[in-house]
Ligand binder design. Structure first.
Ligand SMILES: [Zn+2]
Length: 281
């Protein structure tokens, strides 16, 4: 197996999206302590742990609270139901999400998500995905929290729903982040106009990917955040290995190349943007 490469410079990074509770880590015999120790040595000092259903929401919150500050890494969580899991959304789920958001400050819950539409896998009926997406958009507005948008092969329907909410004044001024952006330059710029941040991860570094660098180039600096989506989508040069937050440096490096700035500058800007997005220090 190939050996991972690690960043060893002095920049500090915010991985705004890493599923560090994933079973993949257990299968690899990687502990949370290992992950956070590698964060420290690779300059990652903040990580947000997103959720995709009720079970992983509980895991994300538990982990963020248990390990916050370990190896000097600040941890935050989100709760929410991913479009894949839309079919599992019940009144009880909604009550659980509301209870979490009521107590969000004490529990380090900084966002609702992942929520959205995924027509690539279609793991839940499209009509159900839309319904559950809209329900959670309403909750985000009600509790005044940002949301983490997951959109794949569903840009048209997704933008239709967001436009409607935007026009009706039912989105916050900074509504959230389009995570792991895979949409077109045009769609991304419309999202930016509605106040969204755009999240870039491993695919930005993939050699055959021409579209995402173009989107990054066209997205204003004050709207860009970096993420890993660990344990998936490992950036080059570590593609093929399990992804961890420590590899976010390579996403930042690529972003710096595209924008023609230093990695330190790109890290500083995206760190500040991550703090603004999730309302943390
Ligand atoms: Zn994710």
């Amino acid at each position: 197996m190939k050996e991972p490469v690690y960043y060893s410079g002095s920049a500090k990074f915010f991985d705004t999206h890493a599923h560090i509770y994933a079973r993949k880590f257990d299968a690899d015999n990687t502990t949370t302590e290992d992950i956070l120790q590698r964060c420290r040595t690779s300059g990652v000092t903040s990580v947000l742990i997103p959720a995709d259903n009720e079970r992983t929401s509980r895991l994300a919150v538990e982990m963020a609270n248990k390990y916050d500050g370990f190896e000097g890494v600040k941890l935050y969580a989100s709760v929410g139901v991913h479009p894949h899991e839309a079919k599992t959304y019940t009144e009880d789920t909604e009550k659980y999400l509301r209870d979490c958001l009521e107590a969000r400050r004490e529990q380090k819950i900084m966002a609702l998500g992942e929520i959205g539409l995924d027509y690539y896998y279609d793991l839940s009926e499209r009509s159900v995905q839309k319904e559950v997406f809209e329900k959670q958009l309403e909750i985000a507005k009600e509790y005044d929290v940002p949301f983490i948008l997951h959109e794949r092969d569903a840009t048209g329907d997704c933008l239709d729903i967001l436009r409607r909410f935007y026009k009706e004044g039912r989105l916050r001024s900074l509504p959230g982040v389009c995570h792991c952006c895979s949409c077109s330059v045009e769609a991304a710029s419309e999202l930016v106009k509605m106040g969204f941040y755009i999240g870039f991860d491993g695919p930005l570094t993939f050699k055959n990917n021409k579209k995402t660098p173009e989107v990054a180039l066209n997205t204003p600096w004050d709207r860009i955040v970096i993420e890993t989506d660990s344990p998936y989508l490992t950036p080059e040069p570590n593609r093929g290995l399990t992804n961890e937050p420590c590899h976010v440096a390579f996403v930042c490096q690529k972003l710096a190349e595209i924008k023609v700035v230093t990695i330190d500058e790109a890290a500083r800007i995206t760190y500040d943007n991550g703090k603004m997005l999730y309302g943390v220090n």
